[in-house]
Design a protein around this ligand. Structure first.
Ligand code: AMP
Length: 188
């Protein structure tokens, strides 16, 4: 199964994506994790993208599309994958379509996790306060900005994939198990 996950920061996207990958036995391609790894390894690219990520800005479409283009050709992605955090802008979605065409890959579903804004803020601030090692972008300054970037840059993808008949909207409220059950049922 070839799946894309879309959802605002704090929607539980990463957690649900990891769980679904285990359930379906497919690789979890999280662009946020890949980029954080590049920053932590102190690579040249990491030094450029670190400050952008800390402020809740997106890295360039070209850079991240290049990373995904390489990754998707690898053997581990042959029978399926879950993309978590890509595409995240309309230009990325268009570029991704071209990659899919190039390699004759067809997407099965785009899962959109929906959670109201006030709940997102509550969850993200709670996560930052509880964590001993909070993410660099889980700050009071970056959190509202990340939600705003989601609305302006990423939300248009919902329409884009709805028109392609790929969208599976999921209510992200409730327990982790409840949300997971909705996703699994929706994918059947
Ligand atoms: P995430 O872990 O998905 O919330 O991503 C964390 C940060 O990584 C984002 O705020 C962006 O700075 C960067 N990032 C992750 N995926 C992308 C993407 N597809 N396009 C641009 N920036 C991204």
């Amino acid at each position: 199964m070839k799946i894309v996950f879309v959802g605002p920061p704090g929607a539980g996207k990463g957690t649900q994506a990891a769980r679904l990958c285990e359930h379906l036995n497919i690789p979890h391609l999280s662009t946020g994790d890949m980029l954080r790894a590049a920053v932590n390894q102190g690579t040249e690219i990491g030094a450029i993208i670190g400050p952008l990520m800390r402020d809740g800005q997106l890295v360039s479409d070209k850079l991240i599309t290049g990373v995904i283009r390489e990754r998707i050709q690898q053997e581990e992605c042959k029978d399926g994958f879950l993309l978590d955090g890509y595409p995240r802008t309309l230009p990325q979605a268009t570029a991704f379509d071209e990659i899919l065409n190039e390699f004759s890959i067809s997407l099965d579903r785009v899962v959109e996790i929906r959670v109201p804004d006030d709940e997102l803020m509550r969850r993200l601030i709670g996560r930052a306060a509880k964590s001993e090692n909070p993410r660099a972008d889980d700050t009071e300054e970056a959190i509202p900005h990340r939600i705003q970037v989601y609305k302006s840059e990423t939300e248009p993808l919902v329409d884009f994939y709805e028109k392609k008949n790929l969208l599976l909207p999921i209510d992200g409220m409730g327990t982790m198990d409840e949300v997971f059950d909705r996703i699994v049922k929706g994918l059947q």
